[in-house]
Design a protein around this ligand. Structure first.
Ligand code: S3P
Length: 449
């Protein structure tokens, strides 16, 4: 296929991680900073913007809709001159969102009633991922969206000056921040009130940022798990500078790497520790990891901290299901921790992993089995028996998080691990190889064919 597909990582066994460093900016917050900044009145600066392909796809899409966006500069500074809620212009071409599910799902809501027609497209992986979960509620609100036979992208969103969405009271069928955000963003353009009830807490960056931009939300906790978030359509957003913290989902690879390799001691600076994202810390601690948080503070409405991780012998656990949505992107890395732990780790309630950038249950089980680990996939999770990681060639299936997880596995392997199809690491973690090398991982990129 594409030339990009030929990027292969070769990771030599052993080593340990050390040093104090920062991983790139949070992907979810970077996306949302472009979306809300573009719709706001006034100009704003984003610092620490993630210069990964996914968040850049969102940035490029808004430029194509007429928003003046300057940057990012090498430090991740972006200046956005907002056009207001009704200032976007029809893009001349389909908006190509690459590998980015967040771009496609959030834009489906945000662009459903702009008064112009547009098409959202993506790469092969994105074109096979479920989109009915976002098109269904937005169509119920009055949008006109055409998808492919299986409810997948490309999506054609048609609206004109007469399109009027109506508010909805929507209960999410699954714990998904992307679906929640899609409906809330459509709700900004709807007549009356839009409410979303979530079955379990999911990342709340959309809610925090909307409030930071001066939009009023009503958030009601219905019980231990469920919350209802409501807003009135027709309001406006006021530009507000954003300091993007480091992405805890990128930090997760180093947290696992340090936890599994004897002698490791690293500190990851300025990492976002939003309570809806800290499943990785809770789960690793349950497994016996040595994790300390210092310098806790709030930056632009999001909590951040420095995270120190030292090697510790991990033990297998049954991962509490209430932690699953809080660590939804971290299970490839957690599977590596489980493979290095003493005893059995059981993951349940995680069927959403089957519809991420790849089927992450299958991808991790296949790769771990190749490396000699006794494990199996279930409909909604995995069972992994800790053991000795061996050597072999694993396929990341073009999934950034699978590729980075197997790179970390090399720290405990007894032979070389070759990881295929790694180009998409650039969607979320540009500079991963360099940072890994400088912190002690023995990994390199094999020359492209
Ligand atoms: C994201 C939400 C999550 C996560 C994705 C980013 C977001 O997806 O997996 O990487 O920024 O809202 P779901 O909400 O579909 O679980």
């Amino acid at each position: 296929m594409s030339e990009e597909q030929s990027i292969t990582y070769v990771a030599q066994p052993g080593g340990q991680l050390s040093g104090q460093f920062r991983v790139p900016g949070d992907k979810s917050i970077s996306h949302r900073s472009i979306m809300l900044g573009s719709l706001s009145e006034g100009s704003m600066t984003v610092s620490g913007f993630l210069q990964g392909e996914d968040s850049l796809a969102t940035l490029t899409a808004f430029r194509a809709m007429g928003v003046d966006i300057i940057g990012p500069d090498p430090m991740g500074k972006v200046i956005i001159h907002g056009v207001g809620m009704h200032g976007l212009k029809a893009p001349k071409e389909p908006l190509d969102l690459g590998n980015s599910g967040t771009s496609m799902r959030l834009l489906t809501g945000l662009l459903s009633a702009q008064g112009f027609n547009l098409t959202l497209t993506g790469d092969h992986s994105l074109s096979t991922r479920p989109m009915k979960r976002v098109t269904d509620p937005v169509i119920q609100m009055g949008a006109n969206i055409l998808s492919q036979d299986k409810g997948t992208a490309p999506l054609s969103i048609n609206s004109d000056d007469n399109t009027q969405l109506s508010g909805i009271d929507y209960t999410l069928p699954m714990a998904s921040a992307q679906v929640k955000s899609c409906v809330l963003l459509a709700g900004l353009y709807a007549q009356g009130q839009t409410c979303v009830t979530e079955p379990a807490p999911t990342r709340d960056h959309t809610e925090r940022m909307l409030q930071g931009f001066g939009y009023k939300l009503d958030i009601e906790k219905l019980d231990e798990q469920r919350s209802k978030i409501c807003l009135q359509g027709g309001g406006k957003l006021t530009a507000c500078d954003i300091d993007v913290p480091s992405d805890i989902s990128s930090a997760a690879f180093f947290m696992v790497g340090a936890s599994i390799s004897e002698g490791s001691d690293i500190t990851l600076n300025h990492v976002g520790i939003n309570p809806t994202r800290i499943g990785i810390i809770n789960i690793l601690r349950d497994m016996g990891a040595d994790i300390t948080l210092t310098n806790e503070k709030e930056v632009g409405g999001e909590p951040v901290a420095d995270i120190r991780i030292r090697y510790a012998q991990l033990k297998g656990i049954h991962i509490p299901e209430d932690q699953v949505p809080l660590a939804i992107d971290e299970f490839p890395a957690i599977a590596i921790a489980a493979a290095c732990a003493q005893g059995k780790t059981i993951l349940t309630g995680a069927e959403e992993l089957r519809v991420k950038e790849s089927d992450r249950i299958q991808a991790m089980v296949d790769g771990l089995q190749i490396l000699g680990i006794d494990c199996e996939g279930t409909d909604d999770g995995m069972i992994i028996n800790g053991g000795q990681i061996g050597s072999g060639t694993v396929d990341s299936l073009g999934d950034h998080r699978i590729a980075m997880s197997f790179a970390m596995a090399s720290l405990r392997a007894n032979g070389t691990i070759t990881i295929q199809d790694c180009a998409n690491v650039n969607t979320s973690f540009p500079g991963f190889i360099k940072l890994s090398q400088s912190s002690g991982l023995n990994v390199d990129i094999k020359a492209m064919s």
